[in-house]
Write a protein that binds this ligand. Structure first.
Ligand code: NAD
Length: 367
């Protein structure tokens, strides 16, 4: 996440909100402050043409408020296109709470945050993201119905990470079909960077399929646990971007495909769970294409989590969640074919389809 953030000096040159680096026609930005609980949060509502803006809340120790604002602007925009390309009737939103989730998160702070969410009367619906757990969403639920990702015991759809991982697995298989002519991942060298909630579940799918998996993480404990469970190799080198591999799966940080890494990258496919994998979606999308590296757009293949929480709003069950998530395979193949046919980057091909769906709905709404 931190590398996803533009240098604060650069940000400060811009006008504070509408001139922000990542401002892209966002509808509403809400700054939330509460002295008693220490809450400092920003809710970003990017677009509500398709429906209420749904997106998780991230709690992170940002270096400064500019970084937090930039993050919420980028993340909320991403949610708009994620829901649009997945065919959900949801808009894009996201929230960030400034602070250390391990030491500063309290039930009082979460409830106060929930009250701010409630004050938007359903225009923004929250869920969990980095630094949040299902129990935190249960706490928010005490003060507002505008929250998803609550526990299964409380009628929610529970932890979205396994479904996100399944969607990433589907998108990865589709990218393999496109690049190698077969979606069988057995024997492929796959590098999973970050083996948290999503990364570990992805490793399980890959291991069941017989892939050669290498894992990296900043937590040695996680590495040892996941390695012993699934027989994955722990990466011992010092520059993964220089390693030969078939598939690179970023499942930790955003913006790992950047000026520094892109020319070294030896993968044939990039397909992972992290949001905003391309530091600059136009520039780095183009370089990947020129280098013949197939990029499965992140906002398309990591949509399993939002499909899972959408079930709480639309009242559909596990079977439909799985069906919608499996459809990520077909959509990914369509996008990759479309990008090839139109000679554009895969990111742009996906973005264009998402934007077209929003524009069509906007026209219908104004009739
Ligand atoms: P997580 O916090 O459970 O896991 C992240 C893992 O990455 C941790 O194990 C952490 O130690 C590791 N990590 C951190 N910095 C690293 C580094 N520099 N190198 C290697 N590993 C590093 O998060 P998650 O829920 O598994 O999500 C992973 C990514 O997928 C995030 O970017 C998240 O925004 C995105 N995502 C998650 C979901 C979901 O349903 N959880 C949905 C969509 C997108």
């Amino acid at each position: 996440m931190t590398s996803d953030i533009i240098a604060s000096k650069e940000l400060k040159k811009m006008d504070p909100v509408f001139g922000q680096h990542s401002f892209d026609e966002h509808e509403q930005i809400v700054f939330c402050n509460d002295k008693d609980t220490g809450l400092k949060a920003i809710i970003g509502i990017h677009n509500t043409v398709l429906g209420p803006a749904l997106g998780g809340t991230r709690m992170w120790q940002y270096n400064n408020e500019w970084e937090a604002l930039n993050d919420v602007l980028r993340l909320s925009r991403g949610m708009t296109f994620k829901s649009a390309i997945t065919g959900l009737n949801l808009g894009g939103g996201k929230a960030v709470i400034i602070g250390d989730a391990k030491t500063q998160k309290t039930p009082e702070l979460m409830r106060r945050f929930g009250e701010f969410v409630h004050s938007l009367s359903g225009k923004y619906i929250t869920a969990e993201d980095v630094g949040m757990a299902t129990e935190d969403m249960d706490t928010v639920r005490e003060v507002t119905p505008y929250v998803t990702g609550i526990s299964e015991s409380k009628g929610g759809a529970g932890n979205p990470s396994p479904i996100t991982a399944y969607g990433v697995f589907m998108g990865m298989k589709a990218a393999a079909k496109f690049k190698f002519g077969s979606d069988i991942l057995e024997g492929k060298n796959i590098f999973v960077q970050g083996i948290g909630n999503v990364g570990e579940a992805l490793v399980e799918h890959l291991s069941n399929e017989g892939a050669n998996i290498t894992i990296s993480d900043i937590s040695q404990e996680r590495l040892e646990e996941v390695s012993s469970k699934y027989g994955a190799t722990i990466y011992s080198g010092n520059d993964i971007y220089n390693e030969a591999m078939d598939i690179y799966a970023p499942c930790a940080l955003g913006a790992t495909v950047n000026d520094e890494t892109i020319h070294k990258l030896q993968a044939k496919i990039v397909a992972g769970a992290a949001n905003n994998q391309l530091a600059d979606e136009n520039k780095h999308g183009k370089i990947l294409r020129e280098r013949g590296i197939v990029y499965a757009p992140d906002f398309l293949i990591n949509a399993g989590g939002i499909i899972n929480v959408y079930a709480e709003l639309e009242d559909y069950g596990k079977q439909e969640i799985i069906r919608k998530t499996e459809n990520i395979y077909n959509t990914t193949l369509e996008i990759l074919d479309n990008a090839k046919a139109n000679d554009v980057t895969t990111h742009l091909a996906a973005l264009n389809i998402a934007k077209e769906r929003i524009a069509t709905r906007k026209r219908e709404n104004s009739k």
